[in-house]
Design a protein around this ligand. Structure first.
Ligand code: FAD
Length: 420
């Protein structure tokens, strides 16, 4: 029997799902629903913010000058290389080109319905807007990029007093509007640090406010950038006080505070609860233990995205075709609870329930073992190296080329030319 599988989203995760589903036509018939007009997900840049052409919220948080924060050698599907001759750190257009080639090479377009927003999933019928009917599937793979599309904005006491501009990094596109201004960036992970360096080129002064742990202390910022602890409150129309008592007169606040997990199409019948960014109960962050024919690819974050997606897809398909014998629901749920408990004990909050870096890198090895796939160990260690260099030298960390020298080995060669 051929299983009909709905895939929600045609970003890297959905394309990867379609690639492996379509490789077994005797077993699966995928239908990929993509709400925008193109494949590529986050990597499709648009100048637009707010709503897109068809009135839907803009999905992608891509900004105009973004270059990858991982070398391409650590963000590659294991069975599909980038074109030779490209630098390690790519402009976003090159990643999109890579994904388009991937879709073409594996003949995926025939399975993809673009401009098709999927509205609800009810075990397992999917409903589309204005569609005359509800489609019924045997399985659903959720690949909607719900990790990076709906801004998370923390409460700041007295924010209503603030008369300056505010923006979330989801809406950030170019630095020009910040020319000559005094800006506070709240949050200092990859986007916060990257946007800080870009804004510093035009702004008068930038304060980057954060509570990063020592592993990701930030060094070597531009001269017109200072660091501050978290914002405590607003104390005047343009005055912001930090937790150490310092105050700063800001024209703008840019929230680089991450995203809320967004899975708006799930109905209660799907058996998934979402609590403060944690989706439960998901075995290895992928399989719905209540209905194992429902899986999630790309909920994990802060890791080697594409090769990890491939392992997650393999796990989902192994559960579907029975080649992987899943433990009983009780055992899977116990494992999920244990994983979450160790996170809480390590001081993580529920929003970090699916975070891989830095405490849970062994998850990738474990997933490779369970799915009997090669462990992308080389990619994982390159990603850590790059991530740490981002914090130690955010202005220049991309002046480097990574050379893969073996299954798990690589070299990083610093470059003279400043490509920033
Ligand atoms: P997405 O790429 O977000 O794709 C999801 C797709 O699902 C979208 O096309 C969306 O339109 C569609 N969709 C959503 N809801 C529906 C619905 N209801 N119906 C139909 N379609 C729907 N990763 C790296 O490896 N390296 C980097 O350098 C890097 N830089 C990043 C920079 C930024 C600013 C951001 C936001 C993320 C970055 N990432 C990076 C992470 C990036 O999100 C992943 O690389 C990857 O794009 C995630 O793939 P995905 O398929 O899970 O989600």
């Amino acid at each position: 029997m051929v299983l009909r599988v709905a895939v929600i989203g045609a970003g890297p995760a959905g394309l990867c799902a379609a690639r492996f589903l379509s490789a077994e036509p005797e077993r699966y018939l995928p239908t990929v629903y993509e709400q925008t007009a193109a494949v590529g997900g986050t990597w499709v840049y648009t100048d637009r913010t707010g709503t897109g052409e068809h009135g839907l919220p803009v999905h992608s948080s891509m900004y105009k000058n973004l270059r990858t924060n991982l070398p391409k050698e650590a963000m590659v599907f294991q069975d599909f290389p980038y074109d030779s001759g490209l630098p390690s750190y790519l402009p976003h257009e090159e990643v999109l080109r890579y994904l388009e080639k991937y879709a073409k090479h594996f003949g995926l377009h025939q399975y993809i319905q673009v401009s098709f927003e999927l509205l609800t999933v009810t075990s397992f019928k999917v409903t589309a807007p204005d569609s005359p009917s509800t489609e019924q599937f045997d399985a659903v793979m959720v690949c909607n990029g719900g990790r990076y599309s709906v801004p998370y904005i923390p409460a700041v006491p007295s924010i209503d007093q603030f008369q300056g501009g505010t923006m979330h990094s989801h809406e950030y596109r170019v630095p020009e509007p910040f020319r000559g201004r005094n800006v506070i960036i709240m949050g200092a992970l990859a986007s916060g640090v990257d946007i800080c360096v870009e804004l510093a080129q035009v702004a008068e002064h930038v304060v980057i406010s954060h509570s990063n742990p020592p592993t990701v202390e930030i060094h070597n910022l531009p001269a017109n950038v200072t660091q501050a602890p978290r914002v405590e409150c607003i104390v005047g129309p343009n005055t912001v006080r930090f937790q150490d008592g310092q105050v700063f007169n800001a024209d703008d606040i840019v929230y680089c505070t991450g995203y809320s997990l967004s899975l708006p199409f799930l109905t209660p019948e799907c058996g998934i609860t979402i609590n403060e960014g944690r989706a439960y109960p998901l075995y290895k962050h992928v399989i719905n233990t209540t209905y194992p024919t429902m899986s999630f690819v790309g909920l994990t974050h802060h890791a080697t995205s594409f090769s990890l997606f491939q392992l997650e897809v393999k796990l989902a398909l192994g559960a579907l075709d029975g080649s992987l014998r899943l433990p009983s629901k009780a055992v899977m749920d116990q494992e999920i609870d244990k994983d979450f408990k160790t996170r809480v004990e390590a001081g993580l909050v529920p929003r970090q329930a699916h975070d891989v870096f830095p405490l849970y890198l062994s998850h990738i090895t474990e997933l490779a073992k369970v799915t009997r796939q090669p462990d992308p160990l080389g990619q994982t260690s390159m990603a850590i190296d790059s991530f740490l260099r981002l914090f130690s030298d955010p202005q220049h960390f991309r002046n480097a080329e990574y050379k893969v020298t073996g299954q798990e080995t690589w070299e990083m060669v610093p470059q003279q030319t400043d490509r920033q």
